[in-house]
Design a protein around this ligand. Structure first.
Ligand SMILES: NC(=O)C1=CN([C@@H]2O[C@H](COP(=O)(O)OP(=O)(O)OC[C@H]3O[C@@H](n4cnc5c(N)ncnc54)[C@H](OP(=O)(O)O)[C@@H]3O)[C@@H](O)[C@H]2O)C=CC1
Ligand SMILES: O=C(O)[C@@H]1CCC=N1
Length: 273
């Protein structure tokens, strides 16, 4: 791809995408430039690690790039769009990674007809395994959506969705990895408490998760059937699953995803003012 890509924000999500993109042939490191609010040493760190370009001159970065990826926090969107507005030319595509913030708000703040496309990746972008959802604003045409989709294939799978579903998909896939990591933290605590050697326990746990992910991907059985096939009557699994049920595990997971979805809506209310 010939387009130059700018990251306006150089935090953990920008880095995960940069890492994924640079280890892939879709865009070369020299087509990527990153800027941030003020942290110069962070820019130098990214420059050294990924051989991308960086600059503290945000105006220059915006002017010289075709695709502008907004990678600041939702609270910073008003300042960021105010800065962007006078520097935009018609050809620039705006991509927003910001949780909660709608394309219509960004369009309205910019007051231009530039295409605005919302992208919700996750940090597995770092290893090319993000599950990225994409939702287009009013001014984005099919060609521009395809281009952003192609760009994002550098970091994993891409799925174009309706923007109204973005809050829920943010819970499922954007924040999702954190919930699995949280569960793994508990498994590690168990392994420690049992005095298991982490060097033996960790690969076993990781392979178990990989196996589950692959089974969910390829098997025609539902998750429930897959679980039941492991659960012998009166056996070990039944005792474990019953304990999870006693602790309202599924309610906890659903409450977690609902609360995450609600927070995405709240961010919109808080910062679209
Ligand atoms: N982390 C994740 O897993 C995911 C995050 N997201 C979204 O990605 C966005 C970034 O998240 P994350 O990387 O975790 O956040 P971080 O706090 O790690 O990074 C935020 C970055 O934004 C920079 N910044 C602040 N204001 C501006 C500005 N006006 N112009 C340019 N840069 C600016 C900061 O610069 P400085 O350090 O100099 O202050 C910093 O580099 C968020 O909106 C989040 O919702 C989406 C999906 C997953
Ligand atoms: O926690 C957050 O707000 C961001 C959005 C999705 C993942 N991290």
């Amino acid at each position: 791809m010939k387009k130059s890509v700018a990251f306006l924000g150089a935090g953990s999500m920008a880095e995960a995408i940069i890492a994924g993109m640079t280890s892939n042939q879709i865009v070369s490191a020299q087509q990527i430039i990153a800027t941030n609010h003020s942290n110069k040493s962070r820019l130098l760190e990214l420059e050294e690690k990924y051989q991308i370009k960086t600059s503290q001159d945000r105006k220059k970065v915006i002017e010289q790039s075709d695709v502008l990826i907004l990678a600041m926090k939702p609270k910073d969107i008003k300042v960021a769009t105010a800065e962007l507005k006078p520097l935009l030319t018609d050809d620039k595509i705006i991509v927003s990674l910001l949780a909660g913030i709608s394309t219509s708000f960004i369009e309205q703040q910019l007051g231009t007809k530039n295409p605005v496309i919302r992208v919700m990746p996750n940090t597995s972008a770092m290893i090319g395994e993000s599950a990225t959802t994409i939702a287009a604003g009013t001014h984005a045409n099919t060609e521009q959506i395809n281009l952003i989709e192609e760009l994002m294939t550098a970091i994993g799978t891409t799925t174009v969705i309706n923007e109204e579903d973005m809050d829920a998909f943010t819970a499922l896939a954007g924040s999702g990895p954190a919930f699995y990591y949280y569960m793994v933290e508990a498994i590690e605590q168990f392994a420690d408490e049992k005095g298991l050697d982490q060097e033996i326990a960790k690969p076993l746990m990781v392979q178990t998760i990989k196996g589950v992910a692959k089974m969910l991907d390829v098997s025609e059985d539902s998750p429930q059937t897959l679980r039941e096939k492991i659960t012998s009557p009166g056996g070990t699994t039944e005792a474990g699953v019953q304990t999870l049920a006693d602790h309202h595990f599924q309610q906890a997971i659903k409450a977690c995803l609902n609360q995450t979805t609600e927070r995405s809506k709240e961010l919109r209310k808080l910062f679209e003012k």
